[in-house]
Design a protein around this ligand. Structure first.
Ligand SMILES: Cc1cc2nc3c(=O)[nH]c(=O)nc-3n(C[C@H](O)[C@H](O)[C@H](O)COP(=O)(O)OP(=O)(O)OC[C@H]3O[C@@H](n4cnc5c(N)ncnc54)[C@H](O)[C@@H]3O)c2cc1C
Length: 485
């Protein structure tokens, strides 16, 4: 096959202007926001390869034809939302074709009676939420990356928004969907309340990270914007009492829109000059919302629980400052100054949360005396919590830093598994978490491999991600790392 043959074939489907072949355009798509890839980029190095081309279908029919054509030619594909993923999910490992879905960007239907919205997968999250807000609604999925991610990317990665305590993670918000399978067929899950018809097909697609199906359309729950809100900023004596307060709130069945607890380090960075944190160095921000009478009742209960936890209520400034910047990213700042900054989010049951934090904090200090470690807890559930951790190495040559960075990941993921937690809460698994997937899922990983083999026997959809096999011609993404076997 000549190099131009696939290009001509795809141009026939989507139009020549929507097939990108120039090296600088392909380079733009060759990485997402995986910190490891960004460290390598400082030295001009790629973790994977360039995509062989980028194809931008306008709608589901074009996408199905692109998938069918790629299958005929035996060429692998990676669906691309907007590349805000932090696990390397869209990084090509062997010149895969990137299928950019951002032309599929419309709200298709607002169903007020059933409280549902149907939206194309490539719609930008910020544009989607703004359109809903203008109509008096929210989908309730508000990741920090809202304005740089797509709706399809949220579902593909099983993401979590900042208001997950009230609205749930994306898997709780997706009611129906459409997706294209590797053989070009369209899979449809109708948006019904609940069913009992065998295992959930929806849940095979949600979280598949482009390895099994390309999501073209989602039907999500829709909520009226809340009429009332009450904010509580609390200073607590220590981490266990803050975690205990969050557990109490969720186990009492309350529906806070926000629960954010910060360890001592992250509290100190946000509360300068506020006296309450002198004696009580751990902050909790709790926001209740909804119908005014329910908000008043829930706020009274939270205040009673807070008093039992020896918390004092203080000024709202830290919360307001967070809210004003809730969709900003600070990691670029560290990147520009030569630091090695990374964030890792895991889940753990309440009974193991405090011990997990302590084990990791001491382990980080042993890896490098100047390594930064801090954490907050901003997704809370009746049975446990997401621990969102920041680790940061000071500027140093990459040959020294990359093996230390690998040890930090091994520590954080390894301790999480040792504490019976899950290695990922909302960023997905992508490329970088592949090495831990067998330990995470156990026999479940064999089930996942069998599903992949059955749906995608030629390994055409996002090969080498989610811990699934790469293709024989794949590059080793860790070939430059000093610890590499
Ligand atoms: C500063 C910052 C803050 C972040 N904050 C959050 C947060 O609060 N919560 C959170 O959950 N995540 C967060 N993330 C991670 C990231 O934004 C999410 O994972 C997001 O859901 C990815 O969406 P995307 O459209 O950019 O997907 P991409 O990065 O383009 O793709 C991610 C993966 O999904 C696959 N994929 C994309 N679209 C589809 C589709 N339509 N069908 C099938 N597979 C598809 C890709 O192949 C890839 O494997 C953050 C990232 C950054 C950089």
């Amino acid at each position: 096959m000549s190099r131009n043959e696939p290009i001509a074939g795809f141009a026939e489907i989507v139009g020549a202007e929507h097939v990108l072949t120039a090296p600088e355009e392909r380079r733009r798509y060759a990485h997402d926001k995986l910190p490891y890839a960004n460290f390598r980029a400082r030295e001009g190095a790629l973790v994977g390869t360039l995509p062989s081309l980028v194809v931008r279908p306008a709608d589901t029919q074009e996408l199905r034809r692109v998938v069918a054509r790629a299958a005929e030619l035996g060429l692998p594909l990676i669906p691309y939302g907007s590349g805000s993923g932090v696990l390397g999910g869209t990084i090509p490992l062997g010149g895969e074709i990137l299928v950019d879905l951002q032309r599929m960007c419309r709200i298709l239907e607002i169903d007020r009676e059933n409280g549902l919205v149907r939206v194309e997968a490539g719609m930008n999250g910020g544009a989607f939420e703004a359109e809903l807000n203008a109509l008096g609604y929210t989908a309730g999925h508000l990741p920090q990356s809202l304005t740089i991610s797509t709706v399809g990317g949220w579902a593909a990665c099983r993401g979590g928004g900042q208001e997950s305590s009230r609205y749930g993670k994306i898997e709780d918000i997706v009611v129906g969907l459409e997706a294209v399978l590797p053989d070009g067929r369209l899979l449809r899950v109708r948006p019904l309340p609940k069913r009992a018809t065998g295992p959930s097909i929806r849940d095979i697609v949600v979280g598949n990270e482009g390895t099994l199906a390309i999501i073209t359309e989602l039907t999500l729950r829709l909520w009226a914007l809340p009429e009332a809100e009450e904010v509580l900023v609390l200073a607590l004596p220590d981490r266990p009492s803050a975690l205990g307060l969050a557990r109490r709130i969720m186990q009492a069945g309350l529906h806070p829109r926000l629960v954010r607890l910060y360890d001592e380090r992250e509290t100190a960075a946000r509360t300068e000059g506020i006296a309450a944190f002198g004696e009580r160095p751990v902050m909790a921000n709790i926001v209740l919302c909804g119908e005014a009478s329910l908000v008043a009742a829930e706020a009274a209960l939270v205040r009673a629980f807070a008093a039992e936890a020896d918390a004092v209520e203080t000024e709202h400034r830290p919360f307001e400052e967070w809210r004003a910047k809730r969709y900003d990213s600070i990691s670029k700042l560290w990147q520009d100054r030569g630091y090695y900054n990374d964030t890792i989010e895991v889940t753990v049951n309440w009974s193991r949360a405090a011990a997990l934090y302590d084990a990791i904090a001491s382990g980080v200090a042993a890896i490098h005396p100047q390594a930064h470690f801090s954490a907050h807890w901003s997704h809370v559930y009746a049975e446990g919590v997401c621990q969102y951790m920041t680790v940061r190495l000071p500027p140093m040559p990459q040959a020294e830093a990359l093996p230390l960075h690998a040890r930090l990941w091994q520590l954080l993921e390894g301790e999480t598994l040792a504490h019976d937690g899950s290695i990922a809460h909302h960023h997905g698994s992508g490329l970088f978490r592949g090495p831990w997937m067998d330990e995470e899922l156990g026999v479940g990983m064999d089930v996942l491999r069998a599903i992949k083999q059955a749906i995608d026997p030629a390994n055409l959809f996002n090969p080498g991600k989610l811990g699934l096999p790469a293709r024989p011609d794949a590059v080793d993404p860790y070939r430059d790392r000093g610890d590499h076997a």
